[in-house]
Design a protein around this ligand. Structure first.
Ligand code: UD1
Length: 366
């Protein structure tokens, strides 16, 4: 019997686990243990994803959240190390670029346990982002690197990672969208009615990146620009807990609540259906830039750069660099532009199968 420990902790990781965990079940001689660090803990940031995606409940829950980066990552490292020593897995599987990813990779590497990283090779080339540090370190420590694109492969090659360790498999979030969109759409009619929204008659906004929320000036400028858009467009804004705290800090939460349709964070199925029915997405989320492209909703990314550069190529996505064009002008450009959503730069939705085949070979199960 072989054993994999999957380390997760933050919302986007639960979505990625869905298709891969299901595909891993095809191996009768493999046991997957899910370790949840606790980084995200509210029902609507964590448990709802396990329910909606039918994920196996975590076997190990560390309950570690909040604190500074050092405090959070250090506490996770201690907890994960204890679990790895107890379970002695054959491999540790990590996803994306959060502090939970980093802690999983460091703990495993110190115990000489092989690491597989799903979503390897992404780079923003902005080391002020905590996620960029997490990605670089995790990739350097990983044994198997599963990348979504040629760009990611090239990034890894530049950092001296051997190409025999790199497997281009596409993006597992595409698998997740294809697998769940029908279920999501089944409820969309009543959801739109409940929220008094009409198809393609509203914008969706998400905002939570540290680079936007931790800098008071940058956040205030974004609020000004978004309020300007809200004077002519209905904006649905599921608000991340970090952003609620940040808007309270700069004393602008009330104003935002007055002019935007602010709702609590949404589960995965509601996010997909509301995104599909929106006429435009404004976001700083990595995952939602791609989900918008998969669902054919034009996107503006509220950042100066993106790791998912293929989304920019055919106009599905564009960047809001606050020094260039005002957001209002960009909104009208991006709304009118011809979009090509047919390029499928991140695979055909068969990423989970490819990842599991490679894992099977590595663990000598096939
Ligand atoms: C983390 C990731 C980010 C990812 C995002 C997805 C890192 C460095 N960042 O950012 O890359 O895009 O998750 O959402 O790992 N909080 C709650 N309830 C929750 C979750 C968080 O109140 O369920 C609070 C925390 O206590 C903290 C703040 O929100 O005060 C930020 O949470 P944290 O997990 O540190 O980072 P995220 O901003 O969610």
């Amino acid at each position: 019997m072989k054993k994999i420990i999957t380390v997760v902790g933050a919302r986007p990781q639960f979505v990625k686990v869905g298709p891969i965990s299901a595909a891993l079940k095809e191996y009768p001689n493999l046991k997957e243990i899910i370790l949840h660090t606790g980084q995200h803990f509210d029902d609507n940031m964590s448990d709802i994803f396990f329910r909606e995606l039918n994920l196996p409940l975590p076997d190990v829950s560390l309950g570690i959240s909040g604190g500074s980066h050092g405090e959070q990552t250090a506490a996770m490292l201690v907890g994960i190390e204890v679990a790895l020593k107890r379970e002695s897995p054959d491999l540790v599987l990590v996803y994306g670029d959060t502090n939970s990813t980093l802690a999983g990779a460091i703990a495993a590497s110190k115990l000489n346990i092989p690491i597989a990283h799903v979503e390897a090779g992404l780079r923003s080339f902005n080391r002020k982002m905590p996620e960029e540090i997490n990605r670089i370190v995790t990739d350097q420590l990983s044994t198997l690197l599963f990348t979504p694109s040629q760009t990611a492969d090239d990034n890894l090659a530049r950092e001296g990672i051997k190409n025999t360790a790199i497997f281009q498999v596409g993006d597992v979030m595409h698998d997740a969208v294809l697998k769940n969109i029908e279920r999501a759409e089944d409820s969309s009619h009543s959801l739109l009615q409940k929220l008094a929204l009409k198809t393609k008659d509203y914008f969706m906004l998400t905002l939570h990146r540290a680079e936007n929320t931790d800098d008071d000036d940058r956040l205030s400028l974004l609020v000004d620009e978004i309020l300007d858009i809200a004077s002519t467009h209905h904006i649905l804004f599921p608000i991340h807990p970090r952003t609620r705290l940040a808007l309270t800090r700069i004393a602008r939460l009330e104003q935002v609540e007055e002019h935007l349709d602010v709702v609590s964070p949404l589960g995965y199925l509601n996010t997909l259906s509301l995104l599909k029915n929106a006429s435009l997405l404004l976001t700083d989320s990595g995952g939602m830039q791609k989900e918008a492209m998969f669902l054919r909703t034009p996107c503006i990314t509220l950042r100066n750069e993106t790791e998912w550069i293929e989304t920019l190529t055919d106009g599905a996505n564009c960047l809001y660099d606050n020094t260039a064009v005002p957001l209002r002008d960009l909104v009208s450009l991006q709304s009118k532009r011809e979009h090509n959503f047919d390029a499928y730069p991140y695979g055909q939705g068969d990423t989970a199968r490819k990842v599991c085949q490679k894992l099977g070979t590595f663990l000598k199960m096939t």
